[in-house]
Write a protein that binds this ligand. Structure first.
Ligand code: DC
Length: 226
């Protein structure tokens, strides 16, 4: 059984849903690294630090104390996130954060600070770690690397439905446009761009439901050939 599992892929490709299910099934820690980039972004917005101010964002990433714990409320969350002790779990999903997080995550200093913490957490094993660069940069030694994909339109549809369910006021077109921009920035940045590791197993989730993706991964995990 792989002890360290890396799941990468573009926004809304189904990484967190799969990661959560898999971690629960195996009794592993589930760690969604995107929340760290979101936490730095949200704290900058809240403090009025301009997103373009790279040195200030880098300092913030070095200073901020981000804690991720088991859910502390039964409101549909997969985990709770605290910044300097304050619960910001749902703030991290705001549209303002969605729009600003990709530029923030492209800053090399921000990545260096957060990658270091992620490596420390990941090296303990028994973990499912989800992100963009887990298989390539954060945990290149991971025993199982999965890379999820789906078309931009399908991913926008999923993300739009999620936001509707949470009562957010957005249109499908807005969600599509935000995703398109994030894809572009995440894949073209200089440091740790979004791409599958050479030894990653690529799963196209376009026409697959959550359970189908999960079953497919269980088969991979239990395949002694792997
Ligand atoms: O998975 P997410 O949507 O919560 O990620 C938010 C942003 O953080 C995403 O646009 C890219 C960035 N990110 C990253 O660069 N590296 C990671 N390991 C995780 C997220």
């Amino acid at each position: 059984m792989p002890s360290t599992i890396a799941i990468d892929g573009p926004s809304a490709s189904g990484k967190s849903t799969l990661g959560g299910l898999l971690a629960e099934h195996l009794g592993y820690i589930y760690f969604d690294t995107g929340v760290m980039y979101r936490a730095v972004t949200w704290e900058a917005i809240r403090r009025g630090i301009p997103i373009e101010d790279e040195p200030a964002l880098t300092r913030l990433a070095q200073e901020i104390v981000i804690d991720v714990t088991r859910p502390t409320a039964a409101d549909g969350r997969q985990y709770s996130v605290f910044i300097n002790g304050e619960d910001v779990t749902w703030d991290l999903r705001r549209d303002e954060v969605d729009k600003a997080v990709s530029p923030v995550s492209a800053y090399p200093g921000v990545r260096a600070a957060l990658t270091q913490q992620q490596r420390r957490i990941g090296q303990g094993g028994h973990i499912v770690m989800v992100g963009r660069d887990i298989g390539t940069v954060v945990l290149p030694e991971a025993e199982l690397k999965l890379y999820l994909t789906a078309s931009l339109e399908e991913r926008a549809r999923r993300r739009y439905l999620e936001k509707l369910q949470r009562g957010e006021q957005v249109t499908y077109e807005e969600v599509l446009e935000t995703l398109r921009r994030r894809d572009e920035i995440d894949s073209s940045r200089a440091v740790a761009p979004l791409r599958p590791a050479d030894d990653a197993i690529i799963i196209d989730t376009e026409n697959l439901g959550v359970q189908e993706v999960f079953q497919c991964v269980l088969e991979i995990i239990h395949d002694p050939e792997h």
